[in-house]
Design a protein around this ligand. Structure first.
Ligand code: HEM
Length: 531
């Protein structure tokens, strides 16, 4: 024993210290290569074998980027030219990769997001099962990108107890009764839009207007007024900054792949950080002002901020805590989120509604007849808005054919069984809303036709496999602002129908495009004529 120890000491003393460093370096490199190999090669192969052995079909894993290159290539190709006018068969254009995979492999298919397994699910029953998340095994993806945090850190990104309390507080603010009180704000914004359009349209000639930026302004203004009431001008400034932030985020997304890029003092990074600081300062100012007014009993709490702060105070009192349930930072995050979650989506809905009604003048006439019967030329009220049957059917059909959010995703938090296949923890499920809503097996052979009548007996009776209508999601995470969005869209559309006829402009190219939402790639040019 003694002699072998002596031998080892002798050998070690003969090895120069730098070669020990080399050896350690080589070991570290070997370990890193092993980790990379395990994550990007062995892991995917193991998961693929396990899933295929249970009968799941799909694409073969390609090292190291999986299907990502093909996914991007197909979208670029599909969006390189417009679609035929009046065609509503958009799935192959806006989600070409998933569309092809579903056709080839069926309604549950394995694909690869880099080395991560991504299972595309378009079977409505499984779709609902994942979103309903009865046993807590499916959740939002846990990793949230720093860029998402910079834009908005609120309900959509929260998990667990924090999500439960925030959802409860925010739901109060979006309750139908509360929304009724917000109606004057929607009406004021729509009336501004209609009188601006009226001024630019001559008395007899038709005038071309690109309604896409117009509706973005409308919904941005509406959320500023509805969220901040009397502090509308600060609200507008905040939302202008948020709008700039969203555009910068798109530029940023193009360079995010450069490691550490976001820490460099580039012009874009500096602007985004300054912008985020300014939004936060403005929001905190509005909140502090409101807190003071509430203490003095002088606050007008009919806006979203007021209702949310009131309901937060109640929660805090009921919990018997000295600390507020939602902190000022929490409220700032939620307000920022309302802009991203609520503005663009509703603008997209209004845009496709006007485009589609221009393609189908018979439905435009029916909608106008109803609006004029219910309101005449008067400002729409909440009671009348709730009686609009044709307009509601039209908006549902537009949301079916052109869902503003094309797809959702969820992660398996633990090993879980779904549709007879056991999935390991960490698998991502892609849920393409647009594919389910354009599936002939679910909606019938006329699936790609604009037929609002299918919603005559409500959403549940509209499809064979009911319900298969998911524009606002499904289950506990269903859109908290859906009543808000529909109220706003009905108000805007009614006022436009009261004052104008519209048809497609010759310069319009039909090109739905998957950006952050389903946007018109080259704008939405409409010819307006005064009624
Ligand atoms: C036509 C308009 C809209 C559409 C199509 C839409 C769509 C959606 C969808 C699909 C989800 C579910 C996301 C998921 O499950 O991962 C969602 C969630 C959400 N939406 Fe909307 N939305 C619209 C309008 C609005 C408005 C106006 C607001 C607020 C002002 C809003 C606020 C939210 C929030 C806060 C969530 C997160 C809910 C949660 O995670 O608990 N949305 N929306």
């Amino acid at each position: 024993m003694g002699s072998s120890q002596g031998m080892a000491t002798l050998v070690l003393s003969l090895i120069p210290p730098w070669s020990l460093l080399y050896a350690l370096g080589a070991l570290a490199a070997l370990w890193c290569s092993w980790r990379v190999l395990a994550a990007a090669w062995l892991g995917p192969r193991r998961v693929a074998r396990a899933l295929r052995s249970q009968g799941l079909r799909g694409t073969a894993y390609r090292f190291p980027s999986g299907d990502m290159k093909e996914y991007v290539r197909l979208i670029a190709a599909a969006c390189s030219e417009p679609m035929p006018l009046s065609s509503h068969a958009i799935t192959a254009r806006v989600l070409p990769f998933d569309h092809g995979v579903i056709r080839e492999h069926g309604k549950v298919a394995l694909t690869w997001f880099g080395p991560e397994p991504r299972v595309v699910v378009t079977d409505p029953k499984l779709f609902r099962e994942i979103l309903a998340n009865k046993h807590g095994q499916f959740g939002k993806q846990k990793s949230i990108l720093p860029i998402e945090r910079l834009l908005a850190n609120g309900l959509t990104t929260h998990q667990g107890d924090k999500w439960v309390t925030h959802r409860r507080i925010i739901s109060h603010a979006f309750h139908l009764e509360k929304l009724k009180r917000m109606l004057p704000a929607f009406a004021a914004c729509s009336s501004e839009l209609v009188s601006r359009w009226g001024n630019s349209v001559g008395s007899s000639d038709a005038q071309e207007i690109d309604v896409w930026p117009e509706f973005q302004n409308l919904t941005g203004d509406a959320i500023s007024r509805v969220a901040f009431g009397s502090s509308f001008s600060e609200g507008r400034k905040i939302f202008q900054l948020q709008s700039e932030q969203a555009q910068n985020a798109v530029k940023m997304a193009n360079v995010m792949y450069i490691p550490g890029y976001r820490f460099l003092p580039t012009k874009l990074n500096t602007r985004m950080k300054a912008n985020a600081r300014e939004v936060e300062t403005l929001l905190k100012g509005v909140i502090t002002k409101r807190e003071r007014a509430m203490k003095d009993g002088q606050a007008d709490n009919d806006d979203l901020l007021g209702v949310m702060m009131e309901s937060n105070m109640k929660e805090t009192q009921e919990a018997g805590s000295s600390k507020p349930t939602m902190t000022t930072d929490d409220i700032v995050g939620e307000l920022k989120l309302f802009y991203f979650a609520g503005m663009e989506t509703t603008a997209v809905l209004l845009t496709w509604a006007v485009v589609v009604l221009s393609m189908h003048p018979e439905w435009q006439d029916r909608a106008r007849e109803e609006v004029l019967r219910v309101f005449g030329k008067n400002q729409p009220d909440s009671e009348g808005i709730n009686r609009l049957k044709v307009v509601t059917m039209i908006l549902h059909e537009v949301l079916r054919l052109y869902p503003p959010i094309l797809q959702l995703s969820r992660e398996a938090y633990e090993e879980t069984e779904l549709g007879g296949v056991t999935y390991p923890a960490g698998v991502t499920f892609a849920l393409p809303i647009v594919s389910v809503q354009h599936d002939p097996d679910v909606w019938g052979e006329d699936v790609d036709e604009f037929k609002p009548d299918r919603f005559a007996e409500g959403v549940a009776a509209a499809s064979k496999d009911s319900p298969a209508f998911f524009p606002f999601g499904w289950g506990p995470r269903i859109c908290v602002g859906q009543n808000f969005a529909l109220f706003e869209a009905k108000m805007g559309l009614s006022m436009i129908l009261q004052h104008f006829f519209f048809e497609l402009s010759p310069s319009y190219a039909h090109a739905p495009c998957p950006v952050s939402s389903l946007q018109p790639q080259h704008g939405a040019q409409i010819m307006l004529t005064k009624l």
